[in-house]
Design a protein around this ligand. Structure first.
Ligand SMILES: Cc1cc2nc3c(=O)[nH]c(=O)nc-3n(C[C@H](O)[C@H](O)[C@H](O)COP(=O)(O)OP(=O)(O)OC[C@H]3O[C@@H](n4cnc5c(N)ncnc54)[C@H](O)[C@@H]3O)c2cc1C
Length: 389
């Protein structure tokens, strides 16, 4: 009997969403895929849909600058009593739609000579010696190196790290009358009943008559779609327009926010995207840090020594913030609006992007409820030291 040779690739990309596609894109752009046999495995095939909109802030033009659908130099932050208008210079808040992202990235990826796409699930993925093995449609395959963004389904009650879901739903609306300022986005608007959990709106206007209005809730209790819709409707009525408008598109989802120690790799199996801890635990933002990480990875490839998407100390700050929110020790509106009220906006955004020095972090922390933060911070530090020893 002859044993069938498994299909062998130099590089396997398991999962072709944001992280998988971005990895291929940056490696191709850096000229690191010449002569390589590459396989991209995703059951959803070549993506084209408007299935998500990525917003983020950055101080310099980024690698996908030409795809930016809209950008805002000013943001606002609100709670029941405070309405803060923030000039975020040198940062600019930007939004890229998945439609443009997938089209652009796929065009570049399709130029990779040795690329094979498999519209199927990768299963039984495991690192064995210097090889990564996996199955596709029951067939055994292997690669010298694999990047996996296959979801890891964490259960909050089974992990000791703080964990909150950020569940959200957004409407793209067109209003009949001029309603919005297209130069100003609401980054966090807490003017909605809080029900003991942080609930806020993002408002991203694209013109005077069109915007994305999204409610985000940090909690592990999800709502029915109709309940999110009712909250959005009430918010629009109370704060934007009592006239008519049309909902042209809706988007929803969930982003796990946790300082769970996502492994970065298992030998030649490299974890990327949400699976590799690219999501900022205290905000859910992923896009910017992921592109920063993957641009560096592609530059240094095949050296894979520096994989961490976030500085370690920031994960400790986030564990502190998340624990305070999860325990309900400080209401989310007070916590976040205080940050913007007591700091230059660029310092808050630099902190949330993991771009601050220790001195700036101390200043930042000193504007929060110091005794509570210090107590929680020491607690998280102790837990981290205990689990890593
Ligand atoms: C609706 C939405 C809006 C978001 N908005 C923002 C935002 O504004 N800013 C921001 O920074 N972040 C945002 N995020 C968070 C984050 O940027 C995205 O979730 C991002 O898509 C994560 O990238 P990823 O590659 O890790 O996961 P995904 O993009 O979800 O990709 C994972 C891929 O794995 C595939 N897959 C699953 N199982 C298998 C399998 N067995 N075999 C092969 N493939 C498999 C899936 O089909 C999918 O294509 C948003 C998330 C969502 C859901």
């Amino acid at each position: 009997m002859t044993l069938r040779q498994p299909d062998h690739y130099d590089i396997a990309i398991l999962g072709g969403g944001l992280a998988g596609l971005s990895t291929l894109y940056h490696l191709e752009r850096a000229g690191k895929l010449v002569g390589k046999r590459v396989v991209l495995v995703d059951p959803e095939g070549k993506k084209t849909a408007h299935d998500r909109s990525w917003s983020f802030w950055e101080a310099e033009p980024g690698p996908f600058e030409e795809l930016v659908h809209h950008q805002w130099p000013l943001v606002t932050v609100h709670d029941g009593t405070r309405n803060l208008d923030c000039d975020i210079s040198p940062y600019i808040y930007k939004l890229i739609r998945s439609t443009e992202f997938y089209a652009h990235v796929n065009k570049v990826i399709d130029q990779i000579e040795g690329l094979e796409r498999l519209d199927a699930r990768a299963e039984e993925v495991r690192a064995e010696g210097n090889t990564v093995r996996f199955k596709v449609n029951g067939e055994e395959m292997e690669a010298d190196l694999a990047f996996s963004s296959l979801p890891l389904h964490l259960r909050p009650r089974q992990i000791s790290a703080p964990y909150l879901d950020q569940h959200f739903r957004g409407w793209f609306i067109e209003t009949k009358e001029d309603t919005f300022d297209p130069g100003r986005a609401a980054l966090m608007d807490f003017r909605t009943p809080q029900h003991g959990e942080p609930r806020f709106f993002y408002v991203m206007p694209f013109s005077k008559r069109s915007a994305l209005i999204e409610i985000a809730i940090f909690s592990n209790n999800h709502l029915e779609t109709a309940e999110y819709d009712r909250l959005i409707e009430t918010y629009i009525y109370d704060h934007w327009t009592k006239g008519g408008y049309e909902v042209t598109h809706a988007e929803d989802g969930n982003i796990p926010m946790t300082t769970y120690p996502f492994p970065l790799r298992d030998r030649n199996l490299i974890y990327i995207g949400m699976r590799g801890g690219a999501t900022r635990p205290s905000t859910g933002y992923t896009f910017y840090a992921l592109q920063r990480q993957l641009t560096d990875l592609a530059d240094q490839f095949p050296n894979l020594d520096n994989l961490a998407p976030w500085p370690r100390k920031h994960l400790l700050y986030d564990a502190t913030l998340l624990r305070i929110l999860q325990n309900g020790e400080l209401p989310g509106d007070e916590l976040f609006v205080d940050m913007f009220a007591a700091n230059p906006p660029a310092r808050v955004l630099a902190f949330l992007n993991g771009e601050t020095s220790f001195g700036q972090e101390l200043k930042f922390m000193s504007t929060t409820k110091v005794s509570l933060f210090a107590r929680r911070f020491i607690g998280e530090l102790y837990k981290t030291l205990r689990t890593s020893s």
